[in-house]
Each structure stands twice: as C-alpha cells, then as structure tokens.
Design a binder for this molecule. Structure first.
Ligand SMILES: [Zn+2]
Ligand SMILES: [Zn+2]
Length: 885
C-alpha cells in the first residue's frame, strides 16, 4: 500500500497532471483509546464480541452504551468506521436478553419481560445490511433466542404476522412505520408495549421536508408507545392518566425528565440517534424525536484511530478540442448516453436524496441527462470522465479505491469508462472495477462489499449508498466526483479512506458547476467551515396537516397533546381540518372518521402529487418514475428520456393519469423544456434593507437594496421545448406544448434594487434582465454553501420590474410545498451569500458565462438572456455601492 505522498504522485501522474490540483490539505494521524465493556453486558454477547474481535471497545463506544443503558437518549455523531453500531446493539440486545441474563435483573428495576428494539434506517438496503451484521454477532455469541427481522413494504403478509407476534428486534424504515406500523398499531401491541430502545441510524439524512416528516412520524410513534405502555405493567410511567378513550397525556415528554444512572427513561423507550459528524447533533436529535435538547446527551469525541489523510481538490482541465478526448464510440450517430460515457457531458441529477429514494422505492434509476447548452468557449472535461482516468491509474497501482458519484448513472458511467481504460493497458484488471448502487439485489451488494473488503475488487464506483452505514472502511483512496451537497456528506464519504491507522487519500473532483468551481478555489469553505446542522422544521404546516390526520386516526388527538404536536400551528390546523370536515371534534379530542387510511394521503418522501410512471409502450415495462413536480418538464410529449444508458422518446404524456408512454429510439439530440414562471408575494414575514452609498447625488427615496423573506405563490407552466443536437447545442426544432399552469405555495427570499442602483451599475433596460438573471442563477448555485440543501431544492425568478416590489427583483424559493427553510437561511446569511456569488462569477475564467458560473442546467428560458459582465457590476454595486473594484 503506497504512503500518502506516493498516493498523491499516482494522482498527478508524476506531476504531469499537477496543474489540475488546486489545493492539498493534510490531516494528521490519531491513536485510538480503548475501554472495557460494562458489567451489565450480556455475558454471552460479550463472548460474541470477543469472538468478532470487538472485545476491546473504543472509549466512545463504551460511553454511548453506558448512557443508553442508563436510559438517557443519546446522539452519537462520530466518523465513518468508528463502530457506531456496536454502541447501540450492545445495550439493545442486552435489553432483549432481559431475564435470560439473570444477573441483569438486579441492575434494571422493573424489567420483568424481554424488551423489544425498533431500528430505523433511511433505506431498505441499510436495514438489510444491519440485519446481516446483527446475525453475525448473534451467531458468534451463540445466542439463538433473539428473533431479529426486517419488516417493510416488501415483507410478505404472513411473515409480517409472525414478526408482529414474535420479533424482538424489528429493522425497518420511517416509511413503513408511517404507512403501516402506526396506522395498524393494534397488531403491534405486544411489540410496542415492551419497546425499550429505538435506534435511528443515519440521523443526519432526515433533513429538510423529509426530516420534518420523519420528526412527526416519531412523535406519532411516541404517543402510540405511551398508549400501550400506559396500560401495561412495564415500569417507568409516572403519569398513567389513561382517560376513557385510552389516550394519555404526552406533556411529560416536553419536560426534561429526571433520569439518572440506572433509571429507566421516564418518557418511554430510549432513543439512540446515530449520525455523521454534524453541528449540534443533540439539538437535531432532540428535535427529531420530540424531546427538549437537554434530554439528549451527545457523544462527538471519536476515540477510534486514524492514519494520515491527504485531501486534494481537483479541477478537470479545459478541453482544447473534442479530439483531445478519447472517444471510442465516435461522435457520428452517438447518443447522449455514449457522450456522457466518453466524458463530453456531465450529467445532472436530482440531488443527494435521489439515491436514497431510489433505494427505498425502487424508483427512477436516473434523472436523465441534460447537456450544458449552449456550449461555452472552453468547456471543462466532465468530472466523471476525469474520475475514470484517476481511478484507472489508482487501480493500476493496486490502490483500493471508491469513487462516489452523484447518481446511479454516474456510478455506472465511471465504472464502465474505467474498465474501458484498463482494458487497453492491463486487461487483467478490468474485472477489478465494478459499480455499486442502491438498486442492486442485497446478495449482489453483499458480494461486492466482500470483494472490496478482501481486495478481490480494487475499486467501486458508487452512489451515496456506500456513504451510509455499510461496513466498508479501510480503503486507500476515495474520489468524490461532484460536490455531494453538504460538508456532512463530504466528510462521511472521505471517512472511507484510510484503513485503521493507515494513510489515506481523498480527492474532490469538481464538476462544471458554480458551487464545485467555487469550492476547489476556496478550500477554506471546505476545511475551515464547520459542518452543517441538520435543518428541518416539524411545524411546517404543509407537512404537519397530514400527520395530524394520521395521528387522529391512530388515537384521537387530545388538547393536552397539541403543544407536543406543534403548538399554535397544530391548533390552527386542527381547527381548519375540522372546518373542512377532514377531522371531527368530540369531547375527548379530534377524530378521523373516514374509511381511508389517513397515512395514505401523506407521502413522506415526495413533494406531493402522484409520481408519473414511465412505461415502455411496446412491452408495457415500467422503466421508472418521475416526481410529479418535475414531470411536465421531463416527460412531456416528445421529450427524450434516458434510462440505463438507453434513450427513449415520450410518445404520450397523460398528466391526468400520471403516466408517460415511451418508445425506445436512438437519437442524436436532447430536449430542453421551456417554461414561464411568475411569482407572487402572498405574505412578507421578514424585511431588511442595506444602506448602500451610491456615488454622486442619489437621494435615497427608498433603500437601494431591500431584502425580503416570506410566503409566495409560484405559478409555472411548461410551454414548449427545443430539440438540440448533441454536443453542439444547435437548435433543431422549437415545439409548443399545451400543459396546465401549476401553482406552488412556498417560501422565498428576494432582493430588490432601486432604479438608481441599476443606473450606477451601468445597466439599462436592455441589459438589466440578463444581469439579474445571471445573478439569480449563480446565487442559486451558491446557496447550498450556506443552507443544507441542493440546487435542485431551489428555484428562482428574476425580473427588471416586479409587480409586488415595484423594483428590479431576484427571487430564490424553496422548490417544495410549504418551504423547507433554505430560502430563510439565504435571508439570514444574505451578505455572505451574495459575496460568495460574486466571487464565483468573477473567479470564473470564461468570457460570457458558462455552467461553472452563470448558466443553469435547469433554466426554463434556455439560459437567455444572461449577462455575466452585467451580473458582476450589479452584485458589486449591491455589495459595495460601486460597480468597479
Ligand atoms: Zn464561467
Ligand atoms: Zn434561468
């Protein structure tokens, strides 16, 4: 295995590629500290731990296990490969053993029966992985009397019955809890009654709107569990105030409960939230599980060993001409898939949760390819193609590597391109590279994990499926192909590099995108900036309404629960729902009186609306699904849809039935939809102005720069599309479409400028729209730097005259109903945000704007008009009062 500096040498090809290296950051080694497993640990389990080589735990593992055992909620936020799972399985499995480990009885007051454990992970795949590792541990411990099962939407009906009656440990996901376990809680009565531990794995993945949904699902879990525990002999409940309809007060959950070592958690089961390294893990965990922050203890001090790590930032070279690139397939007659493979176009995808969603729903395997158009003067090489080169070199040097890509398609592309490269240099190595992603069967994934662990396979190109819990650490190098969205994710992925105590290398390969380009040129934004906190808002009314209905269907919602379920927002919603006849108010609370399952009306993953099914017309085969919100733009009649490297053309899009029929067709063009978007401010919630001093004599009738944040209605309509030749971007045709206007109620941040400011910035009515539009695009690209989001979570509108502000205005909104907190963060960090935006535009070497600065991959106006120079003058004037440096 090469040392850190040797790894860097492989990367730069002995210096030949050194100019692509924009920064090198070094992280020093650390030795680990070990402790002893506590006395209360099941002796049989201890044997198993020893047999598995885990007899000497790291100190943080012991601390977490001790706290959880004593009934404290724990937020465990340490690095990848630091053994988080043992920290929770040791107390949890010991609790299940209960009376079987007789001596334990003396220590835990009140545990007469075996406890049960609920494990939640964001994906089915991860639950399967945990199941396998728990089996291995139990086998090593020769424990045969603990029933551990996964249970989710795929579990056969008869098996569910068995699991409900017999399982001690159930591994599932928030979706199954939401759709099935909670609505059918009576069938799970004996499981909920004995629930001792709830393990929430990958807690940081519950952010934004999805985080809000999961937080409310967990509040519903708390009340159901308390309902059963209140009527059982299980100790620890002080309030026991079951009223006639069986619902009991949850107010005790709002107060910090007096707990100490050895005491039961007075509020119900003990929660252990394991997550990546995030800011304020206890605060996020507390908000997630619905307890006060002081009720959660955080463990952030990682005591596992670590080797030296070299972290390189890498920018692919500019393309001098297309013939510079190896193009095994040639350009003539090639389709988008080929071009993506040969590295002419980088693909865009739907964001970091894309792969998660796919893994869980078996949904769309790719988001299609949208080429960057029109092509800038000197485009940079696609990050995936660059990564394949680096990966091939690493493999040739026997460096065990992972390449993280942004999408399933990216993973497949990098793997196959790397294989192509290796086949010409060393055909024996072709088999040592593979792709890995969530959609594979568990056996396939297990085999790949084993192969990379043992070294049979040298490199995997993977989606973020491998960022999550799966036990693969100790690789030599990690390539991060495209910014993974957050620093939290980046460190998770980086954590895979470096076997215990050994050196490792991490390379971030920038895509041609404003944020990636900014980051490789501003290393401080990566290394000197704290990781993000996990942001979500459980009182988002768009999210909360559905869960109030679900909660009422599970057990009537009582007055005393309102505070816990969202306070005044919840009360307001309950009244609205009652008025509309959705809920009924009775003496003892609010009831759901409809036949349907209330939970079916709330999709905890989606932004709402039925996903559109993409079906091959000839075979009737379901190729994938597209989110309702994106469908008009992606699967309209005539749209090119890419699936598994094959191109299809949409023959018929029936939006009323949520179905798109497609035909397999090899085409040398791609399609771009055009849309019109208007925005209406419905309520201004916050405002501020900047006191910009303009040169000359400009009396400020109103502030030259004003900022707003509030509720908006975004009206959007897809009105047509272009066919564009690949890769020239030449427009082949211009068609119109007849699709309805869609309205999104959401939150937006906006800034408006005075006419005087436009004048000082040298922007006349001809250039102002292009300057505002360019500033809007770049600012959308940079907001993810400050908020825990992805550019795909955002939308924007810019106009030289807005009817509500009566000024030139740029809006950036959360592209999710009700908002997700991102725009609000933009308002709070306004100056940092626009400063970074200006830096990104001025720092880009292009002349007229390119995808790395002011062009947007999802612009509804085909990136027209855009004025890069105008945007620079505008932003400088907004920030400093003068358009010049
Ligand atoms: Zn540029
Ligand atoms: Zn645009």
């Amino acid at each position: 295995m090469p040392r850190a500096d040797e790894l860097l040498d492989v990367l730069t090809a002995g210096g030949r590629r050194a100019d692509r290296l924009t920064h090198v950051h070094r992280i020093g080694a650390r030795t680990g500290t070990t402790g002893k497993w506590p006395e209360w640990v099941s002796p049989q389990l201890l044997n198993g731990l020893q047999a598995r080589g885990a007899g000497e735990p790291w100190t943080h593992q012991v601390q977490a296990a001790e706290l959880a055992w004593s009934g404290r909620h724990v937020a465990l936020a340490t690095s990848t490969g630091s053994g988080k799972s043992l920290s929770y399985w040791v107390p949890a499995l010991t609790a299940v053993r209960g009376a079987s480990d007789e001596y334990a009885l003396g220590r835990i007051e009140g545990v007469r029966s075996r406890g049960t454990v609920l494990y939640l992970s964001p994906t089915k795949a991860l639950a399967q992985d945990q199941l396998a590792s728990v089996y291995e541990l139990l086998q090593a411990a020769e424990i045969k009397d603990i029933a551990v099962d996964t249970c989710d939407g795929d579990t056969p009906f008869e098996a569910r019955r068995w699991i409900q009656a017999h399982s001690d440990v159930v591994l599932t996901n928030p979706d199954y809890l939401h759709y099935s376990m909670l609505p059918g809680h009576a069938r799970w009565a004996s499981f909920f009654k004995r629930l001792r531990f709830v393990i929430i794995d990958e807690g940081h993945s519950y952010r934004g709107v999805f985080g809000a949904h999961v937080a409310l699902v967990l509040r519903r879990l708390q009340r159901v569990v308390q309902y059963y525990a209140g009527s059982s002999t299980y100790s620890g409940y002080s309030n026991g105030s079951s009223n006639s309809n069986g619902s009991s007060s949850l107010s005790s959950l709002d107060k910090p409960s007096a707990r100490g070592d050895g005491a039961q958690n007075a509020g119900g089961p003990t929660f252990i939230v394991a997550s990546a390294t995030t800011a304020e893990p206890a605060v996020s965990a507390a908000r997630l599980i619905g307890v006060p922050p002081e009720a959660v203890v955080e463990i952030v001090n990682d005591t596992s060993p670590r080797g030296n790590k070299t972290f390189a930032l890498w920018q692919p070279p500019q393309l001098v001409g297309f013939d510079e690139e190896a193009q095994p397939h040639g350009l003539a007659g090639s389709n988008i898939a080929d071009l993506a493979l040969t590295g002419l176009v980088d693909e865009w995808d739907l964001g970091p949760l894309d792969a998660l969603d796919d893994a869980l729903t078996g949904g769309p395997s790719d988001a299609g390819v949208i080429t960057d158009a029109p092509a800038p003067e000197l485009p940079r090489r696609a990050a995936t193609a660059e990564a394949a080169d680096l990966l091939a070199d690493l493999v040739s040097h026997s460096v065990r590597s992972l390449a993280f890509t942004r999408s399933r398609r990216g993973a497949e592309n990098v793997a196959s391109h790397t294989q192509d490269l290796l086949s010409s240099v060393n055909p024996r190595l072709v088999q040592s590279v593979a792709a890995y992603r969530g959609g594979y069967l568990p056996e396939e994934r297990r085999a790949l994990e084993e192969a990379i662990r043992t070294g049979k396979i040298k490199a995997l190109a993977t989606t973020n499926a491998l960022e999550l819990g799966v036990d693969i650490s100790g690789l030599d190098a990690v390539l991060i192909v495209g910014w993974p969205g957050t620093r939290v994710s980046m460190w998770q992925q980086a954590g895979r590099a470096g076997r215990a105590g050994a050196d490792g290398m991490v390379v971030f390969v920038a895509r041609e995108d404003p944020l990636d380009t900014y980051l490789v040129n501003h290393p401080e934004a990566i290394f000197d900036t704290p990781v993000e906190a996990t942001v979500f808002d459980p009182t988002n009314p768009y999210v909360l309404a559905g869960h109030l209905c679900s909660a009422a269907a599970e057990l009537p919602v009582t007055d005393s629960e309102i505070e816990y379920l969202g306070g005044p927002v919840a009360l307001d919603l309950l009244h609205q729902l009652t008025e509309r006849g959705t809920l009924r108010r009775r003496e003892h609370g609010w009831y759901w009186t409809h036949e349907q399952n209330a939970a079916d009306f709330t999709n905890i993953r989606g932004a709402g609306g039925t996903p559109v099914q993409v079906v091959e017309r000839e075979s009737g085969r379901l190729l994938g699904t597209v989110d309702a919100a994106q469908a008009d733009g992606q699967v309209h009649n005539g749209a090119v849809y890419v699936h598994q490297g094959e191109t299809y053309v949409v023959a018929e899009y029936n939006y009323a039935e949520s179905i798109a029929l497609v035909d397999r067709e090899s085409v040398a063009y791609t399609t771009w939809s055009r849309d019109v978007t208007s925005i209406e401010i419905t309520k201004t919630l916050q405002e501020k102005s900047w006191n910009v001093q303009l040169p000359g004599t400009y009396p400020a009738a109103s502030p030259h720069v004003m900022w707003g944040f509030g509720s908006v209605d975004v009206h959007g309509q897809v009105i047509g599309f272009n066919r564009r030749r690949i890769p020239s971007g030449e427009i082949l045709s211009n068609d119109s479409l007849d699709l309805p206007v869609r309205t999104l109620n959401t939150a937006a941040v906006w800034w408006s400028v005075s006419a005087d400011l436009l004048e000082v910035a040298g922007l006349d009515m001809e250039e102002a729209p292009g300057a505002l539009h360019a500033a809007e695009h770049a600012s959308i690209g940079l907001l993810p730097l400050l908020a825990t989001c992805d550019r795909w979570d955002l939308g924007g509108v810019s106009t030289a005259m807005h009817i509500d502000t009566e000024r030139a205005t740029v809006f950036v909104y959360d592209a999710l109903p009700g908002g997700a907190g991102f725009a609000e963060r933009g308002f709070a960090m306004a100056r940092e945000w626009l400063t970074a935006t200006l830096d990104a535009i001025t720092g880009c070497g292009c002349v007229d704007g390119c995808p790395a600065c002011v062009q947007s991959p999802k612009c509804g106006n085909g990136n027209n008009p855009l004025s890069k120079a105008g945007a620079i003058r505008l932003l400088r004037t907004v920030l400093t009062g003068t358009p010049r440096l």
